[in-house]
Design a protein around this ligand. Structure first.
Ligand code: ATP
Ligand code: MG
Length: 582
């Protein structure tokens, strides 16, 4: 391509709302153009990178045995009603009607659609397994679209869905997809981690996320310093905590603790480690509007120095059958209304006082003694609390794992890292096949719902993810597989006949050999052309300048901006070799 002919609207101005460098560079370098909140147009450079990334994804998916399809972006609401997600998905789902009053949604994901395809054609176990995927638009009416392509409302996803006759075959494909995803992100040149992810109330190891390490990432992942263990904070487990010295040995008794309404004051009052105190966290569970259920207070107990992890907490009550959508703050008034004293809440008689249906204890407290907790009476606490003396307590892992806690596998030290979720693989089981009545005849001639898996990659999110990990302060740094061009040839002085002739010749030779090359032959200052190279981020720049007269040109590596002189004899072969190597 000739720079002068290509539509690359670069600009020096940083968009007001762009806080991340990837967002700033993608706009300033003319990759994307914003047309609405969370809605972006891809300009030629952006489309080029999107195609390169898509190409890597497509190649690996095809190699894994999956087959590409394209499903309608506009989806009839009917199938979303059948799966009950029409109501449950909340406001991220854009619902609308056509001129005949038929209801539709803009697909935020396509489990229902793909299940309809399989339901129509697959009747026997002999037609299984199948894995169908697409690279297509999604729409999610995100509450806070932000960071450019990172959290957009309309975005490109690679979504794959697999169908199986039994659980073992689903396991096999899940492993196959994990391997395929590892290949994809490795080919893209990314530093990433595969982490155990939240699998909702079902639990188990049914879901893994692929996270690109970057400081700006919205996801916190927990990594073991000793072994391979890595998990999203929402799903991280930990080894049972080690008890500090001097547990407060005491017989069970009620103590007058005036004004001691926080864990800090409580530990201080009794001169004990917060570890031995019990913290109560009261939240309000919100239910789906169609369920007719009113918001309800739910109760969690943890060690005083632990924090409640909200996703774990929600999963815990849903495992008890709550079917809640989210947990929100409960006000002091709401807590007092049920007869409790904030700051003095404890497990004793809690059920009787509040009629609570959902009370969960963190598993680290299981059958622990020598504890101190609120007495459900203003200004009083109990000491010498022995939880093993209670019957029927529900214990679940609901605490947030903190740096320094121990790995559940090897007891190694756990630490935090920030990352960007770029992929997610999930065992769905029979959730959608059952809801939509998608069945096949198994080996024994019985009707069985399909076992399903789903596998997503945020293809358009990968552009900012790559940039957040690789870029420097001057502009975009891409990876080998994702860069818009392998090489920019910059003519230092376009008035110089020799420089022009030489640059055009090597440009045509390289282009003929299939190298993706951009010739910057614009009649501009050299500095401006260099700045554009640094902003756009071709992998290398070849500077054809004054040194040409002495028989050499300069090659700049965009990754580290290191320069090397190359002789003009054998230049073509040398460049081809360098581009292939890195
Ligand atoms: P997140 O937690 O970031 O909202 P998610 O769990 O909702 O992601 P999935 O439903 O698993 O995402 O979708 C698969 C992939 O699509 C994600 O791993 C992510 O890379 C990408 N993705 C999800 N939401 C967006 C968005 N709003 N903009 C761009 N990419 C997205
Ligand atoms: Mg989301």
């Amino acid at each position: 391509m000739l720079f002068s002919k290509m539509f690359i609207p670069t600009s020096k101005e940083t968009p007001k709302d762009a806080v991340l460098k990837s967002h700033q560079f993608l706009i300033r370098a003319g990759f994307i153009h914003q047309i609405g909140s969370g809605i972006y147009n891809f300009l030629p450079l952006g489309k080029k990178v999107l195609d390169k990334i898509s190409g890597v994804v497509r190649k690996e998916m095809n190699q894994s045995g999956a087959q590409e399809i394209v499903m309608g972006f506009v989806t009839p609401a009917d199938i979303w009603k059948q799966s009950a997600r029409y109501e449950k998905y909340g406001k991220e789902l854009l619902r609308f009607k056509d001129r005949k009053e038929n209801e539709f949604v803009l697909g935020p994901t396509h489990e229902e659609s793909v299940t309809e395809i399989i339901k129509s054609y697959v009747k026997s176990y002999k037609q299984l397994p199948l894995n169908l995927y697409q690279l297509h638009l999604k729409f999610r009416d995100e509450l806070r679209p932000r960071f450019g392509l990172m959290r957009a409302r309309e975005f490109v996803m690679k979504d794959a869905y697999s169908f199986h006759a039994d659980k073992q075959d689903l396991e096999r494909e899940f492993a196959n997809m994990e391997k395929t995803y590892r290949n994809i992100f490795t080919s893209l040149g990314l530093d990433f981690r595969v982490v155990e992810a939240d699998s909702g109330a079902i639990g188990g190891s049914g879901s893994k996320e692929f996270v690109v390490l970057a400081d700006c990432g919205e996801d916190t992942i927990v990594i073991c310093e000793e072994c391979e263990y890595a998990a999203n904070i929402e799903a991280t487990k930990r080894f049972k905590r080690t008890e500090p010295e001097n547990p407060p040995k005491a017989s069970f008794a009620k103590f007058y603790t005036p004004g001691v309404g926080t864990i800090e004051k409580l530990a201080d009052f009794f001169k004990v480690d917060e570890f031995f105190t019990i913290k109560a966290v009261v939240r309000k569970a919100i239910f789906d509007s169609s369920s007719g259920k009113e918001p309800e207070l739910v109760y969690f107990f943890l060690r005083g120095d632990d924090e409640l992890e909200m996703t774990k907490a929600l999963n815990a009550i849903n495992k008890m059958g709550a079917d809640a959508l989210e947990l929100v703050d409960a006000s002091v008034g709401e807590i007092e209304n049920v007869g409790l004293k904030p700051g003095f809440i404890g497990p004793y008689a809690l059920k009787n006082i509040t009629q609570a249906r959902y009370i969960v204890f963190d598993s680290d407290l299981k059958d622990e003694r020598d504890l101190i907790c609120g007495a459900n009476e203003a200004d009083y606490h109990f000491v010498g609390v022995d939880l093993s003396s209670f019957e029927g307590l529900v214990y679940e892992d609901i605490a947030m794992v903190k740096p320094g806690h121990q790995c559940p596998h090897c007891k190694g030290k756990l630490g935090y890292k920030k990352g960007i979720e770029v992929g997610h693989i999930f065992k769905l089981g029979q959730k959608y096949s059952q809801a939509l009545g998608a069945v096949f005849l198994d080996k024994d001639g019985k009707n069985m719902p399909f076992e399903m898996g789903c596998y997503g990659i945020g293809v358009s999110r990968l552009l900012p993810a790559i940039l957040e990990q690789k870029s420097d302060e001057k502009g975009c740094v891409w990876t080998k597989a994702s860069a818009p061009f392998d090489l920019s040839i910059i003519i230092s002085n376009t008035k110089d006949v020799e420089q022009n002739r030489f640059a055009h010749t090597i440009y045509e030779d390289l282009q003929g050999a299939g190298v993706d090359v951009l010739l910057d032959e614009r009649d501009l200052r050299f500095g401006a052309k260099m700045a554009d190279f640094e902003l756009i981020g071709s992998r290398y720049a070849l500077i054809v300048g004054k040194s040409l007269a002495g028989g050499s040109v300069e090659l700049i590596d965009r990754q580290n901006l290191q320069k090397q002189d190359l002789k003009i004899e054998g230049l073509f072969e040398e460049i081809v070799a360098i581009l292939k190597r890195d």
